[in-house]
Design a protein around this ligand. Sequence first.
Ligand code: GCB
Length: 577
Amino acid sequence: PIKAGLLYPKSSETRETISLDGIWNFVASPLTDPLVGFRNYWYKRRLTAVRPENKSKIGIIFAITPINFFQVDAEVHFMPVPSSYNDITQNAAIRDHLGIAWYDRTFFVPKSWRNQRVWLRFSSVHYAAQIVITPVDTDNGTTYRQSYTFDFFNYAGIHRPVTLYTTPKSYIDDVTIKTTLDENGYGYVGYNVSIISLNETEELNVNIALLDKDDIIVATAEGSNGVLNIESPRLWWPYLMDPEPGYLYTLKIELVSLNNDLIDIYRQTCGIRTLTWTNTTFLINNKPVYLHGFGRHEDADIRGKGLDLPTTLRDYNLIKWIGANAYRTSHYPYADEIMDLADNLGIMIIDECPSVNTEFFPSSLLNNHLNSLTELIARDKNRPSVIAWSIANEPRTQSYEAGVYFGKVAAHVRSLDLSRPITIALARSVYEDRAGQHLDIISFNRYNAWYQNGGQLDMITKNVINEATAWFEKYNKPVLMSEYGADTMEGLHIYPEFIWSEEFQVTLMSKHFEAFDKLRAKGFFIGEFIWNFADFKTAQTYTRVGGNKKGIFTRNRQPKASAHHLRRRYLKLAQEL
Ligand code: GCB
């Protein structure tokens, strides 16, 4: 579990950052001996090799797993960071690699950093997971294979930026921001700053300023916690609900000494908005909101789950083009850079922790689950785009144990953040579910005319209406359809509609739209998320042709016929907002 704040590394008058992204060396440890690198002290040999250069003592910081690849009995590859390593080489053993992988690069720490704290941040390194490893007999003897129940490729590598950065010895470790409005339209920005100081006797002050988009100071305060009042604030509105959606202020936090010398400075963006919900409605700034968007994945050709800014921007441009206002970060937290853009563009996020298809509920899992939520909330608590926490996807919620388990998970989230509703993308039948009682919003995934009654387009509308209504009647909470869809091979045309064709996907959507409109008229239905934004890679199986093809866009981010169909609906929905 984390012990410190998770503020994103940013340069400022008192902080410096150096990106360590680029080409690293890479070795996949042999499956037959995954621990060889530890046993043979690869990293020590590397240190010996570089030490002569290390004249200033802080000339080199030793990276997490430095390794002298030139003495390693395994193939060394150049590997981009950030990226998944799986699809970079021509080697299927690396694509399917199981075990430890070693990354290495050398870097220098400027001498001028001597009196600073120096931090090394890996924004995301995959993978550790609940994975079943089974010995299998192959043409080349017995070997090990991973199998997993989640429906996305188990990419691994250094997936997000690596940053070397400084903070002063006494520094701003964290800040929590909460915003509210009153009946007169006044805005309130509550803040709570935590400071780590070099020694406890040191006396420090905190100066706060809130700046608008034009860098004009609109409020100031002193002290490590307090509330700023803003007479007529610009509110953070979702995309399409305001001419300038995603309006962000900046909270400038200065840590100063008693005689006002600047010690540290950090700038945290925030949006002024409220979230409220009733048993039928979800509201932003006291206005009911209908969510329409997608489930997504961090997935792209070649780079896998590696953060890729061209793909990220292309995706947001498609989201705007299609008129969506929300998505769920299925099935794990997304990169900070992706979330920052959601804040800026006014795209609403259902923020999901990495918990997929859980079947058993031992206490060891509960601990991991609570920790991952603690970390997710610590990282994303100040984001106006985050409008709900999704604490799991499709857990098996029919047992008594599952009910108790999710009661504990939900209570934990509420102990950390009461300002956002909690949901789960449920998939068991409404009659057997035992988790919904602990949630604020009922989300459900259902594949009518696909996994159930495959091909039966005349068995969608009534089923969706009946199921959503049954969820509402059971729990008396707002209901959202968090997944529906059909695999579709781009360019496959069959009419009358036949599964896997573009025509089938389009008509399947129309049948759902009909249900959604009828449900909306009933008053408790708050949103629709099609599965999926784009095609994505999965494990190899006969149900997946090069991956999951339920995308509205291809993996290359080009529209299928369904994208144009969805766009007509989403733009129409947007007009009602
Ligand atoms: C689901 C899962 C999602 C899968 C999808 C499918 O219910 O939540 O991870 O990709 O179905 O296409 O099977």
